[in-house]
Design a binder for this molecule. Sequence first.
Ligand code: SAH
Length: 483
Amino acid sequence: MSAPLFPLFADLRDRRVLIVGGGAVAERKTDALLRAGARPRVGAPELTPRLQGWREEGRIDWIPGRFDAQWLSGAWLVVAATDDTAVNRAVAAAAEARHVLANVVDDAELSTFQVPAIVERGPLQIAISSGGGAPMLARHLRRQLETLLDDAWASLAELFTRKRQHIRQRFPQPAERRRFFERLLSGPLPRLFRQQQHTQAEQHFQAMLDGHAPSAHGSVAIVGAGPGDAGLLTLNALRAMNEADVILHDRLVSEDVLRLGRRDATYIEVGKSATGHSTRQDDIHALMLEHARAGKRVVRLKGGDPFVFGRGGEELEILRAHGISYEVVPGITAAVACAAYAGIPLTHRDHAQSVKLVTAHCKDSFDTLDWPSLAQERQTLAMYMGVAGLEGLRDRLVAHGRAPSTPFALIENGSRRDQRVVNGTLADLPETARFHQVRSPALLILGEVAALADTLHWFGAPPVGAPAHTHSRNLPAPTLQAA
Ligand code: SAH
């Protein structure tokens, strides 16, 4: 096993760097060097138009022709970026003889320095190297880090750079300084930057520097977990779940999503469960307050989007009333996810100009709905509801003028491995649902667009339709069981 590479960040401002080659790769390397303030000198018979442009702007020098060892004079570094192995070898040998570090693009053997994969957040840079042996692995890791680190890191790095002197004066001892930074980073500062509250962030920083440390306060992130497929989480949701001390999650949140949360967070299931047991909304509020007051970072993880039939608004009001800081991370709501995963466009130029998100979870809520408007044509209804009450729904819609032939699709476990789509027409809706024993969670999409599931479906099993013998609502099949 050879010795590892020595990592370093070089100050190349106004220092000459030779690039041998004038093609696309040379252009990329030159661009990176220009951004670091270097003075690139490009040696090549020809230049790409962009390199040519930089030359005309006086930002780079050009030495026309084929490589000559003399080109190296005055260079701190050299990059060989030609597609001619012999030339690259000659560059590496000449650099070695002159004690100039050389990078030969895509050739770790010939290189005496390598350019790492970089994750950049303002002045903060993370360099990743596999020692040249596995650049794909380094790139893969880079992508993962890109998703993990939000832009607050750039603001933090910028602030700390700007206030460096103040911080050193205030905390001359390194140990004190370290504690100061730790307090800052575990407090509200990163969140304030994330929320684009730059003035408050500066004020908080100043107060901490002046020794007016605000009392330890937790915060709550109300996070939408989407419909189940973990791939539908947002990056912000993932980050919040990674930072959480406590995760209060609905039962609707899938195992796949929960697995992505921080390992040593405390997970508490709240909300309705299959057995009918439920945590009252007041108890959920109390849990949020209790943990936030204890200084914890709480994630309130809700199925779909927290502001679509999710009572997220009520939870926010409570937090506001008790002076707890909060943020909201939207999620993909069931209607949007189920439509996509069933191949049903919610709007369509030929079929529907509007879409209504409606909930009808209990009989009482039926009476408060605006049926004449719900029964209008050329619109899509996305009904968030249990599978009970479909009969009443059909009867009222038909009574208010919606055609019995209007297509519907019921999507059960939308976006999940066990997704099922059941479709048919409004006339047979309750019978068809019962026949296929559709269970919660299920979303009903009603409207002309629902018929498109037959041709546009792409996820899971194709839609199943009405049983042949229930084409009339007056013919309940004797073998049906209540869902
Ligand atoms: N805030 C959630 C909705 C909560 S109401 C959201 O934005 O999606 C609960 C209802 O949402 C369920 O009764 C069901 O109608 C619907 N629902 C949620 N997840 C679903 C899924 N994966 N598949 C089908 N319907 C779903």
